[in-house]
Write a protein that binds this ligand. Structure first.
Ligand code: E4P
Length: 217
């Protein structure tokens, strides 16, 4: 399972990338607004920090506009993955861009039939949003299970990128289902490390070690 960071905060990415656990990054216009920075500059910096796919979203809603913006974004770095909305124009652009060798992440997926459309359009990734489903009283992970089952029937190469992840249990559930990727806010990646028994155990080991009076090396 791959872990992507869902952020446009370059400082957070620079801090977490050295852990060797960050396989890619996803951004969206909201995250760019929160960063307060220039979009193209941010994408360029992220691509310099992370070797894996860096999703950069178009804001045009028509096919020609999406193609134009995708060209600008692709010119930034070879690991830019073009993020397109799950609309007819978005999927038409997806087909054309993947045929041209680009990586494409089809975003704003909320149903299994939508994911099927993205797979048929040749998407590299499809992003079902689990947290936003949970927010409206629908079990987001049921969607991931459904998509996994549908894709298995046809051996689609499209990778399931679980998005709108809000906490570690989402990551665990996605892993149980066998989702290919989970994209998570930096805070969730940090939460994955935490357990009070880990902290307590380490504290005890260090205290006991200090009493031995020994040194390593
Ligand atoms: C995915 O690519 C989106 O950027 C993101 O996961 C959306 O998350 P949110 O629902 O917390 O805004």
């Amino acid at each position: 399972m791959q872990f992507f960071l869902d952020t446009a905060d370059v400082g957070e990415i620079a801090e977490l990338a050295p852990l060797g656990l960050v396989d890619g990054v996803t951004t969206n216009p909201t995250l760019v607004r929160r960063s307060g920075r220039d979009f193209l500059a941010v994408v360029r910096e992220i691509c310099g920090l992370v070797a894996g796919p860096v999703s950069a979203e178009v804001v045009a809603t028509d096919y020609d506009g999406m193609r134009r913006e995708a060209d600008v974004l692709r010119a930034i770095a070879p690991n830019v993955c073009i993020k397109l909305p799950l609309t007819p124009d978005g999927l038409r652009a997806c087909r054309a861009l993947t045929a041209d060798g680009a990586m494409v992440n089809v975003t704003l997926c909320f149903t299994a039939p939508q994911a099927l459309l993205a797979a048929k359009a040749g998407a590299t990734f499809v992003s079902p949003f689990v947290g936003r489903h949970d927010d409206v009283g629908f079990e987001g992970m049921a969607l991931i299970e459904d998509i996994r089952r549908v894709f298995a029937n046809y051996r689609f190469p499209t990778r399931i990128l679980v998005a709108s992840v809000r906490h570690p249990v989402h990551v665990l559930q996605a892993a149980r289902i066998g989702a290919d990727v989970a994209t998570m806010p930096p805070a969730v990646l940090r939460q994955l490390f935490r357990h009070p028994l880990t902290d307590r155990g380490l504290e005890q080991f260090l205290a006991d070690w200090a009493q031995t009076g020994q040194r390593i090396g």
